[in-house]
Design a protein around this ligand. Structure first.
Ligand code: 6PG
Length: 500
């Protein structure tokens, strides 16, 4: 399934599929031409590929051709048979429609008309268990199914996203070169790699989104600390974030935080952030990440706090009923402004390290559970550019996994261990100050607790085990016995212990 590398840069005129000469000319097809699909199609065209276009209603296809038809070589189609006829074989079709039932409907229609070896690529935010199911069903029909996570929003889709394709390794041979070419590149390295079999690509994209939630929650808490702790205005905080973006925190989300905070609302003359309703919405990928983490038994406390913080912000009735309730005696606001700002930046960095460490642990656990054999360092590599969580420190994550692919947690890698140690005093001061001022910081506080719990030698889990054995004879292990040996105390009898 070699790509016609010599010919794909040839530009073909925009034409109707009724023109027989366009049959079999397109190297890639995109169905679902909302903004993400359109931009992805244009990105392929910008790289010299001939792109077959299809949408349920032709109005979108025509609008795309009208506005951007001159940017490259597109083949218009009205029906699925026309669309498939436009493609060279084996056909590669990217579906960019809503996750869930609409995706299933398009897959069915395509699969019915496709031929052995053709590849269906789902580029939406599909639930990875759906992708596992679909890949199996499509494989049984002799076709290839690739669930590909694509990150970077509209801009990324157009100019270079981070792409996380799963599915059969064989499909990647045919598809990989195209996807790598249109992906973002950092230091000449594409932000796209084959993640692993079946649902692995969508799983990794889901965890990416979970980390995105966590990162955004931590940024929000830092903003609130500067606003309510120091009384700073949004434009003042924008300047602080812009400065942070020059250092360790350098990342896309920090960069755009400065942009959003600096925006002035035309209608009121106030900072836009001060007139935006403070109820965060979600499409669900963060929630999926937490649900999956619960099943895998991986503590992703940062992501969970972020998902719940959004839910809390939207709990209108509860917030209305409790606004203004007693705060208790509050502490003093920080007097050394520069020191507090520095503390917040260090607390943010340390908490962010925890969030990524937890996300990478979840990817490892998913990989173990489903036999995906995911290389964690590669995930850091392809997230360095194009995606929403792109950040300078992903280079450090890649280095950490390159040095020790079996790393139990990022927090134990020398660079991150030192980084947390350098910020730990600041981190504690911020959590204490926020608590004394009554400023909610679920992300910062839970990240610190997670860190403290991990480094604590004896956890109260011993007592939990004792209680479980007391009321339910659930047994416990002993520090002086084999790790897997279990014991039970006769709590309601003579309280002697026996092996279980
Ligand atoms: C990306 C984003 C993208 C989308 C999120 C938003 O990687 O490009 O993550 O997938 O913006 O799904 O998610 P919420 O609406 O749930 O915040």
């Amino acid at each position: 399934m070699e790509l016609p590398r010599d010919t794909h840069h040839e530009r073909l005129p925009v034409s109707s599929s009724e023109t027989p000469s366009t049959n079999g000319t397109a190297q890639i097809g995109v169905t679902g031409l909302a903004v993400m699909g359109s931009n992805l199609a244009r990105n392929f065209a910008h790289h010299g590929y001939t792109v077959a276009l299809h949408n349920r209603t032709t109005a979108k296809t025509d609008a795309l051709l009208e506005a951007h038809g001159s940017e490259g070589s597109f083949v218009r189609s009205e029906t699925i048979p026309e669309f498939l006829a436009a493609l060279e074989k084996p056909r590669r079709v990217i579906i960019m429609v809503k996750a869930g039932d609409p995706t299933d409907a398009v897959i069915e229609e395509l699969a019915d008309a496709m031929e052995e070896g053709d590849i269906i690529i789902d580029g939406g935010n599909s639930l990875y268990t759906d992708t596992i199911r679909r890949e199996k069903a499509i494989r049984e029909r002799g076709l290839h199914y690739v669930g590909a996570g694509i990150s970077g929003g509209e801009e990324g889709a157009l100019n270079g996203p981070s792409i996380m394709p799963g599915g059969p390794a064989e499909s990647y041979e045919s598809l990989g070169p195209l996807l790598e070419e249109i992906s973002a590149h950092v230091d000449g390295v594409p932000c796209c790699t084959h993640i692993g079999p079946d649902g692995s690509g969508h799983f990794v994209k889901m965890v990416h989104n979970g980390i995105e939630y966590s990162d955004m929650q931590l940024i929000g808490e830092a903003y609130q600390l500067l606003r309510d702790g120091l009384g700073k205005s949004a434009p003042e905080i924008a300047d602080i974030f812009a400065e942070w973006n020059e250092g360790d925190l350098d990342s896309y989300l920090i960069e755009i935080t400065a942009e959003v905070l600096k925006q002035i609302d035309k209608k009121t003359g106030k900072p836009l952030v001060d007139v935006i309703l403070d109820e965060a919405e979600q499409k669900g990928t963060g929630r999926w990440t937490v649900k999956s983490a619960l099943d895998l038994g991986v503590p992703v406390t940062g992501i969970a706090e972020a998902v719940f913080a959004r839910a809390l912000s939207g709990s209108v009735a509860q917030r209305k009923a409790t606004t203004g309730l007693a705060s208790g005696e509050l502490g003093e606001h920080p007097t050394d402004e520069a020191r507090f700002i520095d503390d917040v930046s260090k607390a943010l960095y340390a908490s962010k390290i925890i969030a990524y460490a937890q996300g990478f642990n979840q990817i490892q656990a998913g990989s173990n559970e489903y036999d995906w054999d995911i290389t964690l360092g590669d995930m850091a590599t392809i997230w360095r550019g194009g995606c929403i969580i792109r950040a300078k420190f992903l280079n450090r994550i890649k280095e950490a996994y390159d040095e020790d692919p079996q790393l139990a947690t990022l927090i134990a890698a020398p660079y991150f261990r030192d980084a947390v140690e350098a910020g730990i005093d600041s981190w504690r001061r911020v959590v204490v100050t926020a608590t004394q001022l009554g400023i909610p910081i679920p992300g910062f506080a839970s990240a610190l607790s997670y860190y403290d719990a991990l480094r604590t030698e004896r956890l109260p889990a011993a007592l939990t085990q004792g209680l479980r054995d007391f009321f339910g004879a659930h047994t416990y292990g002993r520090i002086d016995a084999d790790h897997d040996a279990k014991f039970h105390t006769q709590w309601s009898g003579d309280r002697s212990e026996s092996p279980a």
